[in-house]
Design a protein around this ligand. Structure first.
Ligand code: A3P
Length: 287
C-alpha cells in the first residue's frame, strides 16, 4: 500500500513519527536553549555519523554514552512527538537532530546563541543512499525503480523535499559564527582534522588521545557493530533489516555504479539549473 505522507508547508514528511502538529510545534513553539547544538542534514548525508561524532566530542572521546544509549535518545529528533519529549527532558547542552529545511526550522533559533552543524554530501551519493534506504525504511515509501526515484529526487518529490532547496536555504546562513558547514567528503578525507575543527567550533578542547578515540569509535566498522546507532533496534514495521543495511557502504562516489550515462546527463542538467548563482564550490564539483 502506498505511504500516506504527512504534508506540511508543501513538503512531504514520513508518517508515523511526524505529524502536522509536531512539525508546527517544532517550527513555532519549540524552546531553544542558548547551548543547544543542532545536527542538521538533508536525509542520507551523514546524520547518524555526525550524531556519533558530536556525542563523542561532548564526552571527550569516552564511548560509554554512545555504546550504552540509543542515538535517538542522545540526539533526539525533536520534530517528532517522541523526540520532543526526549528533548524536553535532556540536560544541557542538548544535541538535537533534524532534516528540516530552513524555512520551517524553529523560529526561536534565530534569536538564540545555539549552534548548528550542517553536514552536506554529494547529492548523487545522497540519491543512491536514499534509494536503498527507502527500500528498507517503510515510512519513506517504496522507491520503485532507481530511474523513477531519480526523477522524483530531481523534482524534489521525496520526503523532506528538494535537496537543492535544502542546501540553498541553509547556505544563506554561511558566514554566521554559530553555524558550521562540513561535508561527508571532508569527514571521509580527514576525520581527525574534521573532529578537531568541530570541537573548536563547539568550544571543547580535546587532546590527541580524545580525538583518536573519536576517530576509532565513529568509524564505519565500529558504528556497524554498535546497536545503539546501526538501526537494528528499530521495529521491523519501521526498518526492515531483510531489505538492506542502514550502514550500507559508507563510501564516496557509489553513484558511479548506479547512474547510466543518460541519468548522469539528466542529473547534471538539473544540477546546473538549480545551483545557478550559488557562489560556493562543493567538494564533489569538478575544479
Ligand atoms: P550509504 O548508504 O551510502 O552507505 P544518514 O545518517 O544521513 O541517513 O546517512 C546514512 C549514510 O551515511 C549511509 O550511506 C551510511 O552508510 C553513511 N555512514 C554512516 N556512518 C558512517 C561512517 N562512520 N562512515 C562512513 N559513512 C557512514
Amino acid at each position: 500500500m502506498a505511504v500516506q505522507y504527512v504534508q506540511y508547508k508543501g513538503i512531504k514528511f514520513p508518517p508515523g513519527y511526524n505529524s502536522v502538529d509536531s512539525l508546527y510545534f517544532a517550527e513555532n513553539e519549540f524552546q531553544v536553549r542558548d547551548d543547544d547544538i543542532f545536527n542538521i542534514t538533508y536525509p542520507k548525508s551523514g546524520t547518524v555519523w555526525m550524531i556519533e561524532i558530536l556525542s563523542l566530542i561532548l564526552n571527550d572521546g569516552n564511548p560509554t554514552w554512545n555504546q550504552g544509549i540509543l542515538n535517538s535518545l542522545r540526539a533526539p529528533w525533536f520534530t517528532t512527538q517522541l523526540g520532543l519529549e526526549t528533548a524536553h527532558n535532556l540536560p544541557s547542552p542538548r544535541l538535537l537532530t533534524c532534516h528540516l529545511p530552513i524555512q520551517i526550522f524553529p523560529k526561536a533559533f534565530f534569536s538564540s546563541k545555539s549552534k548548528v552543524v550542517y553536514t552536506l554530501r554529494d547529492p548523487r551519493d545522497v540519491l543512491v543512499s536514499y534509494y536503498h534506504f527507502s527500500k528498507m525504511c517503510i515510512p519513506f515509501g517504496d522507491p520503485k525503480s532507481f530511474n523513477h526515484f531519480l526523477d522524483r529526487f530531481l523534482k524534489g518529490d521525496v520526503p523532506f523535499g528538494s535537496w537543492f532547496d535544502h542546501i540553498r536555504g541553509w547556505m544563506k546562513l554561511k558566514g554566521k559564527s554559530n553555524i558550521f558547514f562540513i561535508s561527508y567528503e571532508q569527514l571521509q578525507e580527514d576525520l581527525y582534522g574534521s573532529i578537531k575543527d568541530l570541537s573548536i567550533f563547539l568550544g571543547k578542547e580535546l587532546d590527541e588521545a580524545a580525538i583518536t578515540s573519536i576517530v576509532e569509535h565513529a568509524s564505519f566498522e565500529a558504528m556497524r557493530k554498535n546497536n545503539m546507532c546501526n538501526s537494528t533496534m528499530l521495529p521491523k514495521e519501521v526498518m526492515d533489516q531483510e531489505k538492506g543495511s542502514f550502514l550500507r557502504k559508507g563510501i564516496c562516489g557509489d553513484w558511479k555504479t548506479h547512474f547510466t550515462m543518460a541519468q548522469s546527463e539528466y542529473f547534471n542538467r538539473v544540477y546546473q539549473e538549480k545551483m545557478r548563482g550559488l557562489k560556493e564550490t562543493f567538494p564533489w564539483e569538478p575544479t
